[in-house]
Design a protein around this ligand. Sequence first.
Ligand SMILES: Cc1cc2nc3c(=O)[nH]c(=O)nc-3n(C[C@H](O)[C@H](O)[C@H](O)COP(=O)(O)OP(=O)(O)OC[C@H]3O[C@@H](n4cnc5c(N)ncnc54)[C@H](O)[C@@H]3O)c2cc1C
Length: 330
Amino acid sequence: MNKKIYDIAIIGGGPAGIFAAYYARMRKLNVALIESLPKLGGQPETLYAQKEIFDIAALPKVSGADLATSLIDQLHLLGCDEYLDTSVTDLKLDDGVWNISTSKESIVSKSIVIAIGNGAFKPRKLTFDYDPLLEENNLSYFVNNIEDFRNKDVAIAGGGDSAVDWAIHLNSVARSTSLIHRRNKYRAMESSVSDLNESNVEQLNPYIIKNVNFNQDDHDKINVTLKMIKSDEIKTITIDKLLVNYGFVSDSKILHDWNLDLEGPFIKVDREMETNLPNVFAIGDIITYPGKLQLIATAFAEGPIAVTKALRNMYPERDYFEHSTSLFKQ
Ligand SMILES: Cc1cc2nc3c(=O)[nH]c(=O)nc-3n(C[C@H](O)[C@H](O)[C@H](O)COP(=O)(O)OP(=O)(O)OC[C@H]3O[C@@H](n4cnc5c(N)ncnc54)[C@H](O)[C@@H]3O)c2cc1C
C-alpha cells in the first residue's frame, strides 16, 4: 500500500505548530500535525490554562485555555490530519522524502517544521506501582471532558496553579471534591487560593498519596491511602476519580540524535527558519537566532515564514506571496 506523502509534517501542536498548520493549509498544502499529548494547545493549554495572557495582538486579554481553543477552532476551519498522543522519535531522509518515526505509525513528508517548544511534555506520574487498569476510568493526569466528573466523588492531587484551578472548577460539577497536597501552602495564584478557601473543597494537607487501589466492595470506586507528612497518621478516602496534577516534565534530548545544528538546547535556524537539514524548518520556543524572543507573538510570525520557504523549495512555480484577503473569496 502506498503511504500518503504530506507536503509538510509539523511536529508539535503548541501555538507555533497549530498556527503554522493553519497557514500551510491556507497555502493549500497537505499537512500532518503531530502532537505527543492527547490534546493540542502546548504550554498555554497544559501549563497555564487559567492564567491571562496580555500580549497577543488584538486580544486585550485571553486565558491560556481560550487561546488554545481559538487556535484549534481556526485550524479546524481548514482542517489537517492530526496525529494526537503521538511522539516523534526519529527523522530519516529516504529517497528525497522524510520518514518520520513516531510512537505509533510512521509518517512520510516532503518537508518538516519542528515546533516542539521545550520538548515532549509528559505528566509527572505517581511514583509507586499501581494497577494500570485504574487509568481506564478512575485515575487520570488530564481532564479530557469535565462531564466525566459530574456527580462523582473526586480528589485532585497537587498544589500548583493547575491543581488548585481544577479543584475549584471540578467542584462545580462533582458531588464532592478534595484537594490533596503535601504542604500547607499552595504554589498557586493568590486569587485562586482565596477562591479555594471560600469554596467547600475539602483540603487534605499535608498528605502524600501512598497507594491507590480498586475498592473491593465496589469496583467502580477506588481507595486512596494518604499519609500525613512527618506523622504516622494514615487515612484512606474512597472516591470515584483521582486527578493527579503534579505538573509536566519535558524532554528535548531527542534533538541530538536528529543531527540538527544546535546552540545549547536550541535549534539554530537562518532568517527563513531553515535548519541545517534539507527541507527541515523549526519555529517557536525551540529555536534560536539573533534577537529571538520566546513569545507567542514571535512564534506566530515564524510559522508563515517557514511555510512560505518550504512551499518555494517544493513548488518553485508557486513562488508568489498572497494576502489571506486574496486567498479566500467571499
Ligand atoms: C507560565 C507561563 C506563562 C507564559 N506567559 C506568556 C505570555 O504572557 N505571553 C507569551 O507570549 N508567552 C508566554 N509564555 C510562553 C509561551 O507559552 C511559549 O512561548 C509558547 O507556548 C511557545 O509555543 P511553541 O508552540 O513553540 O511551544 P509549546 O507551547 O511548548 O508547544 C510545543 C508542543 O510540542 C509537543 N511536542 C514536543 N516534542 C514532541 C515530539 N517529539 N513529538 C510530538 N510532539 C511534541 C509538546 O507536547 C507541546 O504540546 C508563557 C509560558 C509559561 C510557562
